[in-house]
Ligand binder design. Structure first.
Ligand code: SAM
Length: 291
């Protein structure tokens, strides 16, 4: 069992370095001994696969990943954690810690520099304040990675993994399903962390697809349509698309009719193919030119 799941040891090492938890940086550190080995085992890493971890904290997951992978690159924003990590990761010589913001860092460049053409996966217990933008960034940049395994809030996990066309789906479900095949791996109780967050979490794995499941005539328009559709999820598609895309309602109804979709339908009923059909009509009819 890792020393880093011994609450007294972790608290001791953090206080030795004068570290106090920052809520703003989403700092809830894992102390449940079964979670990190399980994440490392299920994230698709082997000795030939490199790993990028976002937010190593005190290094509890980093250590488990380094036992399996030939190289782990961990990106940590909080520089107060660098001396902590230097101490807690000292048993491994295959870990590189980079002090940077995962939202801003050039990830494609980092992968090329650190891993060349080798296989790479991402594995992280994400800071919850940037869950969606960070996942979207990792997917949209079409990075040369095969899977993203992340711990997120349970509610976010349910939304991300929900199949488009079902009640639980949202804009993020459609976006995630465009790039990947999401899978809910296991749940993690709030008591598994110090400090304990208010809600439970879950670990999800996104297996990156080589090709999207539908053909979007224009990806930018596809994502505009998805976003606009869910902006006011209780409203009809006709209303949300009209306000979300700044198009007159009559024009939106014309688009929906051409795509064979009822104007009274709601975003949560839309399949990926129907979002692609709306995109094709808008693209071929030039409805969004100049917008
Ligand atoms: N991996 C550790 C664990 O499981 O115990 C810590 C996870 S904690 C939920 C999130 C970590 O992400 C913290 O260490 C925090 O400082 C770091 N972090 C927050 N925002 C970040 C960002 N924009 N880029 C990189 N790291 C970030």
């Amino acid at each position: 069992m890792s020393k880093l799941t011994d609450i007294n040891y972790v608290k001791g090492i953090l206080s030795k370095h004068g570290f106090t938890f920052s809520k703003a940086l989403g700092q809830n550190f894992l102390v449940n001994p079964s979670v990190c080995p399980k994440m490392a085992e299920l994230c698709g890493v082997d000795e030939h696969t490199g790993v990028i971890e976002i937010g190593p904290g005190a290094g509890v997951l980093t250590n488990e990943l380094a036992k399996i992978s030939h190289k782990v690159v961990a990106i940590e924003l909080d520089k107060r954690l660098l001396p902590v990590l230097q101490e807690t990761l000292s048993e491994h010589d295959n870990i590189k810690v980079i002090n940077d913001d995962a939202m801003k860092l050039d990830l494609a460049g980092l992968i090329k520099d650190e891993f060349g053409d080798g296989e790479v996966v991402i594995c992280a217990n994400l800071p919850y304040y940037i869950t969606s933008p960070l996942i979207m960034r990792l997917l949209e940049e079409k990075l040369p990675i095969s899977a993203i395994t992340v711990m997120v809030q349970k509610e976010a996990a349910d939304r991300i993994c929900a199949e488009p066309g079902t009640r639980a789906s949202g804009a993020i479900s459609a976006a995630v399903h465009y790039y990947s095949e999401p899978q809910l791996l296991f749940k993690v109780s709030a008591g598994s962390f110090i400090p304990a967050p208010k809600v439970d979490s879950a670990v999800i794995r996104l297996n990156i697809l080589k090709e999207p499941p539908v053909t979007a005539a224009d990806e930018k328009i596809f994502f505009k349509v998805v976003k606009a559709s869910f902006l006011q999820r209780r409203k009809t598609l006709s209303n949300s698309l009209s306000s979300g895309l700044s198009l007159p309602k009559q024009q939106v109804n014309e688009i929906l009719a051409k795509a064979n979709i009822k104007p009274t339908a709601r975003a949560e009923e839309m399949t990926m193919q129907q979002f692609a059909d709306i995109t094709s009509v808008i693209f071929s009819g030039n409805y969004l030119s100049g917008k």
